[in-house]
Unconditional design. Structure first.
Length: 637
C-alpha cells in the first residue's frame, strides 16, 4: 500500500481539481484511508523521535477518527510504535462534562487510544469539562499557551460537522479565534442526540480549540466519511471562505488535506459532474448519469435532448461515440424503462431478456435483511407486498434487536399493562422499579433491554402478519455486536458472521435484499451491511449462492440516484396506503422516535415522499407517471 497521501493524490487526481481550493483525496473505503492517515502520523512520530524531539499531535474525537486510532494502536502493539515522545492536545470537550461520563471526550480518547499505547499520561491534554465557570477563560488562554510552549502542533487531525465546524468552531467563529467556550449549533446537537439518547441530554456548550489555534498546525488532515457530509465538504472545498462554514478557513492553510470516502466526495464538481471538468471515459452508468443531469438542467425528457444540449454541456465526445442524440436518447430511455418491473421476483413464463430479475425459478426463496425492525417496511414495504402476493417464499431477517431505540416511557407502558393484568407480577414489578429508578445516562438492565426487544419484535410481527407473511418466516437474528445497551456498538465479530452465514445457508435464497447506507462507517446499517458482504465472501463458492442475486435498498434518509437504479418497483395508491399501515405497526418508532435525526417527518412520511419523488423523477425523464417507486441497486459479489 502507498502510505503517502500526497503521492496517492498525484497518482490520479491533481489534474481535475480546478474548482477545488483544498487538496483532497478520495478513497473507495474509509478503512483503507484511515490506515494511510495513521501511517502518516506514525511516520511523523518516528521522524521526530529519530531527531530526539517531541511530536505534538492535535487530536479529534467522533466517529471519523476511530479507525485511525485503531490502526495506531495496532502499530503500537504489533510493530512497536512508541508514543513516548508524543504530546497530545485534543480539540474539544463538552461543558460541563465529567471525565467518567461515557459521553465525555476524555472517556472516548482513553477508550480508543490512550489506554492502549505507551503515551506518558502527563503528555495528554484534553480541555477540562469540570472546571469552575469562572476559571474557563483562563483555562483556555493557558491551553493555547501550553500548545505554543510545546512548540506548536506538528499535526492536527480533524473531522467536520454538518454545520461545517472543525473542533466545535460553529458557524460564526472568527478566523482569529483562540481556545474558548462556545454554544453548540442545533444541528450539532441533533447529530449528537443518539449518543446521548435524546437531544434534551446533549450539552449546550463546549470548550474548543479556536480556528487560529488549529490553523497554526504545521500539517492538517481532515477526515470525512459518508453521504451526510457530502454537502458541507463541497462548501468547504469549493465555496467561498466564510465564517458560516468555518472549515472553509482551511483554504488558507498551506499544508492541509481532506481525506474523503466516496460518499463524502459525492457533491464535488469533479465527482458529481466530471464531464464539466475533463474529457470522460464513458461507461453505461456515467452516460446515464450525465443524461439525467442534462435532462434536469434543460427541463426536458430524455427523448427531447438534442445534439446541441449534449455539445454545450461537456458531452461532445459522448455524442461522437454514439453518433447522434437521437441514438443515444433511445438507448438511455430503454435502459430506464427496463428498470421498471411489477415483478420484483421475476415474471414467470415471460421473456426476461430485458427484465431486472430472471423468471426462473418461478417461486423464489427470498431473504429481506432489515438492520433494525422496521427498515424492511419503511424501505421496501411495497416490494415485500408484491413478493408475497406473487407467491415467493419470503423471509424477513431483523439483524439487530433495535432495543436501544425504545423510550423508557414506552417500556413502562407495556410493563404496566402486564402488571395490571397480573397484579403483583414479579417481572413487571421489577421492570417498572428499574425503569423508574434509572439515572441519566445509565445503561438499561438486561431485563429492561429484553422488554424493549420484545416490544420491537411484537411490532414487527404485527407488520409482517399484515403483509401476509407466516410467523415462521420472520427471524430475529439479534446480532451480538449491537447488544451493548448503549448507542456505541461493538465491532463486527465472528459470532455475528456465524449467525449470518448459518441463516443464509439454511434458507439458500435466490434473492437477498439488504440495506445500503452510506451515513458513516460505524453506523448500525453499515455494520449490518458489512456482516452480509463478509458472509457472502465466505459463502460465494456454495452451489446455492451461484443462483442468488443481491439487491440493495436504501434507508429512511437517502435514495439511490436515478442512474444507480437497476430495478424499481411501482406502487399503486392503494399499495402506498398498505405500506403506510405496515409502518404504523412500528408504534414505538412513531412521534419523535429517539433516532429520528434532523428530519422531523415521521418515517412513513419520509418513505412516501421519497417513493413519490423517485416516481416524479422518472416521469420528468419521460417515463410513465406512477404514484410511487421503490428503488434497488444490484450488488455483484
Ligand atoms: C471532535 C470534533 C468535531 C467532530 C465533528 C465530526 O473532536 O471536534 O469537530 O470532528 O463533529 O464528528 P463525526 O466524526 O462524529 O462525524
Amino acid at each position: 500500500m502507498n502510505f503517502d497521501l500526497i503521492k496517492h493524490a498525484a497518482a490520479g487526481q491533481f489534474e481535475d481539481t480546478r474548482f477545488e481550493k483544498i487538496h483532497n483525496v478520495v478513497f473507495k473505503d474509509s478503512l483503507k484511508a484511515s490506515k494511510i492517515v495513521a501511517h502518516e502520523i506514525a511516520a511523523l512520530i518516528k521522524e521526530k523521535s529519530s531527531q530526539k524531539k517531541n511530536c505534538i499531535l492535535g487530536l479529534a474525537t467522533g466517529s471519523s477518527p476511530i479507525d485511525v486510532y485503531e490502526e495506531l494502536v495496532r502499530m503500537h502493539k504489533e510493530e512497536g510504535l512508541s508514543f513516548k515522545n508524543v504530546i497530545t492536545f485534543n480539540l474539544d470537550e463538552y461543558y460541563p462534562m465529567g471525565k467518567e461520563n461515557t459521553q465525555s471526550y476524555w472517556y472516548f480518547m482513553h477508550e480508543h487510544l490512550f489506554n492502549h499505547i505507551d503515551i506518558i499520561p502527563e503528555n495528554i491534554n484534553i480541555p477540562n469539562g469540570t472546571i469552575h465557570p469562572e476559571d474557563v477563560k483562563q483555562f483556555c488562554i493557558d491551553y493555547d499557551m501550553k500548545i505554543k510552549e510545546a512548540g506548536g502542533l506538528d499535526f492536527q487531525l480533524l473531522g467536520i460537522g454538518r454545520t461545517g465546524h472543525i473542533g466545535f468552531n460553529e458557524p460564526g467563529s472568527h478566523y482569529n479565534s483562540g481556545t474558548r467556550n462556545i454554544t453548540l449549533d442545533h444541528i450539532t446537537r441533533v447529530d449528537a442526540a443518539p449518543a446521548f439518547l435524546g437531544i434534551d441530554n446533549v450539552p449546550r456548550v463546549a470548550i474548543t480549540m479556536g480556528i487560529s489555534t488549529i490553523r497554526k498546525a504545521k500539517r492538517i488532515v481532515l477526515l470525512a466519511w459518508g453521504l451526510n457530509k457530502a454537502a458541507v465538504v463541497k462548501e468547504a472545498i469549493e465555496g467561498d471562505i466564510t465564517s458560516e462554514i468555518p472549515s472553509s478557513y482551511l483554504q488558507n492553510h498551506n499544508n492541509c488535506t481532506f481525506v474523503l470516502d466516496e460518499g463524502a466526495s459525492q457533491e464535488l464538481i469533479r465527482v458529481k459532474t466530471p464531464w464539466l471538468v475533463k474529457p470522460c471515459k464513458w461507461d453505461e452508468e456515467l452516460t446515464l448519469k450525465a443524461a439525467v443531469w442534462l435532462s434536469n438542467l434543460k427541463q426536458k425528457s430524455i427523448l427531447k435532448l438534442t445534439d446541441t444540449d449534449y455539445n454545450n454541456n461537456g458531452m461532445s465526445n459522448l455524442l461522437v461515440e454514439n453518433k447522434s442524440a437521437y441514438n443515444l436518447n433511445i438507448i438511455l430511455f430503454n435502459k430506464l424503462q427496463h428498470t421498471i418491473t411489477g415483478w420484483p421476483g421475476g415474471k414467470p413464463n415471460a421473456d426476461d431478456t430485458n427484465r431486472p430479475e430472471r423468471k426462473d425459478p418461478a417461486r423464489k426463496r427470498v431473504i429481506v435483511f432489515s438492520p433494525h425492525p422496521g427498515d424492511d417496511v419503511i424501505s421496501m414495504g411495497g416490494t415485500i407486498d408484491r413478493l408475497v402476493e406473487q407467491g415467493h417464499d419470503v423471509h424477513i431477517a431483523y439483524q439487530t434487536s433495535g432495543n436501544i431505540a425504545v423510550s423508557d416511557v414506552e417500556a413502562i407502558k407495556f410493563a404496566e399493562v402486564v402488571l395490571e393484568l397480573n397484579q403483583g407480577n414479579p417481572a413487571a414489578t421489577s421492570l417498572i422499579k428499574s425503569l423508574n429508578s434509572k439515572k441519566e445516562y445509565e445503561i438499561d438492565t438486561l431485563e429492561v433491554r429484553n422488554l424493549k426487544s420484545v416490544i420491537r419484535r411484537k411490532e414487527s410481527i404485527a407488520a409482517t402478519r399484515y403483509l401476509g407473511l407466516p410467523d415462521e418466516n420472520v427471524h430475529f437474528l439479534n446480532l451480538p455486536f449491537y447488544e451493548t445497551g448503549t448507542p456505541t456498538k461493538n465491532k463486527l465479530g465472528d459470532e455475528d458472521l456465524k449467525i449470518m452465514q448459518a441463516f443464509i445457508s439454511k434458507i439458500k435464497p435466490h434473492q437477498i435484499y439488504a440495506s445500503e447506507d452510506l451515513a458513516s462507517p460505524h453506523s448500525t446499517h453499515k455494520v449490518c451491511l458489512n456482516s452480509l458482504f463478509d458472509s457472502l465472501k465466505k459463502l460465494k463458492e456454495e452451489s446455492f449462492m451461484k443462483d442468488c442475486r443481491v439487491w440493495l435498498y436504501r434507508g429512511a434518509w437517502y435514495e439511490w440516484n436515478i442512474h444507480e437504479i437497476v430495478m424499481t418497483v411501482p406502487m399503486s395508491p392503494d399499495q402506498i396506503l398498505k405500506k403506510r399501515q405496515a409502518i404504523f405497526y412500528h408504534q414505538s418508532q412513531k412521534d419523535g422516535a429517539l433516532f429520528q435525526g434532523d428530519d422531523s417527518r415521521e418515517f412513513w412520511m419520509r418513505a412516501e415522499d421519497r417513493n413519490r419523488e423517485t416516481a416524479e423523477k422518472y416521469n420528468a425523464l419521460g417515463l410513465a407517471d406512477y404514484a410511487a417507486l421503490e428503488a434497488f441497486r444490484r450488488y455483484d459479489f
